[in-house]
Write a protein of this length. Structure first.
Length: 286
């Protein structure tokens, strides 16, 4: 035992370094498989350290290697370099794995967007196919036997005579078709009725009274009276004028018109006299 202690005392630094290197190698078996030049050198140095340890166990002293003090130190440096390199590789691996995760995420998003776009495109194409479908063009008519031409209708827009217009207007007035009666009266007036002018304006006044257009009716009756102040229908025009005045509230003018009627036609009798009396009563004339 004392001889072994003395032998170990002769190589205190080398033995400690060798033990340290051996412990690192045993703790990290993965580095023993390194195939680089540095790893091979480290492996050779580890083998030398193992031989020295075996010799010490057998109790014999062996010669120190050619570089007794530098080899163990170099081995420790190589181990530290390899450890640093492994850490760098692990860090690089983590970065690459992070980039790969980001790429996978982007790929999934792009696939989802592509699927959505494809679905939208299919939907729009189907909608276009359904919405723009055109029916088949109809077949042209087949030639057949020519039908006989219908007889030409008689012209219905031929102008009426003044007498015919006034007669049709009176018929429409009796049927309370005031619009037709007005149209017939105006047609007769535009045709320059001459002797029938008073009749045409009286027909227009009666049609406008039926439509409750009292002011224009008053103008039509006044025009009818002025056409023939002494004619047989002049009292009728004055009575119509008085009634039109009452229609839009001009009772004083209505009474003045009836007073003029009494003055101009003192011998008025029959239906016209009755109509004048009714109009005076409605207007509350004195």
């Amino acid at each position: 035992m004392s001889r072994r202690l003395k032998a170990m005392a002769g190589f205190p630094v080398a033995l400690r370094l060798a033990c340290l290197g051996l412990g690192l190698v045993l703790a990290m078996p993965a580095f023993a498989q390194v195939e680089t030049r540095e790893g091979i050198a480290l492996q050779n140095q580890i083998l030398d350290l193992r031989r020295e340890l075996d010799a010490l166990r057998r109790g014999g002293a062996v010669a120190a290697p050619s570089a007794p003090a530098r080899a163990p130190a170099a081995s420790g440096d190589l181990v530290q370099q390899l450890l640093g390199r492994v850490q760098e590789l692990e860090e690089e691996n983590r970065r690459l794995r992070g980039r790969l995760d980001v790429a996978d995420n982007n790929d999934r998003q792009m696939r989802a967007e592509m699927e959505k776009l494809r679905g939208d495109l299919d939907f729009r194409l189907q909608a276009l196919e359904k919405g723009t479908g055109r029916p088949a063009a109809p077949r042209p008519p087949q030639p057949g036997p020519a039908a006989p031409a219908p007889p030409a209708p008689a012209p219905s827009n031929a102008p009426r005579t003044v007498d015919k217009a006034i007669t049709d207007g009176r018929t429409a007035l009796a049927q309370r078709d005031f619009a037709t009666a007005e149209a017939a009266a105006r047609e007769a007036i535009r045709a320059r009725p001459g002797a029938r002018a008073q009749d045409a304006h009286l027909l227009l006044g009666d049609a406008l009274m039926g439509k409750r257009d009292f002011q224009n009716a008053a103008l039509a009756y006044d025009e009818a009276y002025s056409r023939n102040r002494q004619g047989a229908r002049a009292p009728e025009a004055m009575i119509g004028l008085a009634n039109a005045f009452q229609g839009f509230g001009a009772k004083r003018e209505a009474c003045e018109t009836l007073d003029n009627l009494r003055s101009n036609f003192p011998n008025l009798a029959g239906p016209q006299a009755q109509r004048a009396a009714d109009s005076r009563r409605r207007a509350q004339c004195r």
